[in-house]
Design a protein around this ligand. Sequence first.
Ligand SMILES: NC(=O)c1ccc[n+]([C@@H]2O[C@H](COP(=O)([O-])OP(=O)(O)OC[C@H]3O[C@@H](n4cnc5c(N)ncnc54)[C@H](OP(=O)(O)O)[C@@H]3O)[C@@H](O)[C@H]2O)c1
Length: 294
Amino acid sequence: MDTMKGQVALVTGANSGIGLETAAGLAGLGATTVLACRNAAKAAAAVDQVRARTGNDHLHTVALDLADLASVRGCAEELLGRFDRLDVLVNNAGGIWSSRRTTAQGFEQTFGVNHLGPFFLTRLLARRLVSSAPSRVVNVSSFGHHFAVAGMRFEDLQTRWGYVGLEVYGRSKLANILFARQLSRHLAARGVTANAAHPGPVRSGFGMDGDLGGVSGWGNRVVRHFEISAGAGARTSIFLASSPEVEGRSGGYWVRCRPGHMSRQARSESQSARLWQASEELLAGAGFPAPPLP
Ligand SMILES: NC(=O)c1ccc[n+]([C@@H]2O[C@H](COP(=O)([O-])OP(=O)(O)OC[C@H]3O[C@@H](n4cnc5c(N)ncnc54)[C@H](OP(=O)(O)O)[C@@H]3O)[C@@H](O)[C@H]2O)c1
């Protein structure tokens, strides 16, 4: 089945877990697949694996560290220089950290890696997505967005006080949905759809590299045994990126390839708009202004 032949798909965090399976799924459909990863050796190993599994030779890597906006900009520039179209962008990379860390530009890491980096990357690539329309953006969010019961903490987006890993993660995953919905409002009419996905509880590298300590880390190790495979977790991302069933559908939150239940906060238009503006201001303040939308 080469239903994506001729299309170019970019998957972030494609060297492991859900991202690797998403890249394999899209490559299996014939897409020219670009694996955006922060570690070149891991990216090369992932390409070898995807090639062996799919027989697709149109596989490429680009360097991307979402914790450094200069790297995000470099990734976008490289992609725009090497490929003349972009049909699919899967913002998959992400993480959870039990203690507060900061990115190269001083943003709190969970917010920076899970939201601000992907926001910047998407904005840098928006013009190419529009010129390749119909095209699709998929933000890998999580059921964990429900943990953000009070919504985004706009007065303290960098969580300078009261850092609790799960809560901060929940807000970043809420941001993934709010961003997808606001992007949809801006670009759906131009043929670019934007949706968010919850992959399910997936047995991946998530929270397993010592980043998640204490009770959360212990709990994560226990529940792993009951979780689904990364391949099963990637299905909704692949579905949103490729299926004719969702052609033209935008602004949704999807679970197991079906519309899912998003929180009241995730449905808030005012939070979406405010996050969009705040993200633009943070980027501009850091010296990495987002280009205007086409
Ligand atoms: N696993 C679950 O149960 C679950 C549930 C809901 C949502 N999700 C979401 O699914 C997505 C994928 O997670 P996963 O479960 O597949 O976990 P994973 O196996 O740990 O994969 C995470 C990927 O993100 C990459 N990454 C982390 N920090 C990065 C950075 N600064 N720059 C670029 N890439 C970075 C990792 O690269 P390295 O290999 O170099 O670290 C890795 O490729 C995440 O957004 C997560 O929030 C997961």
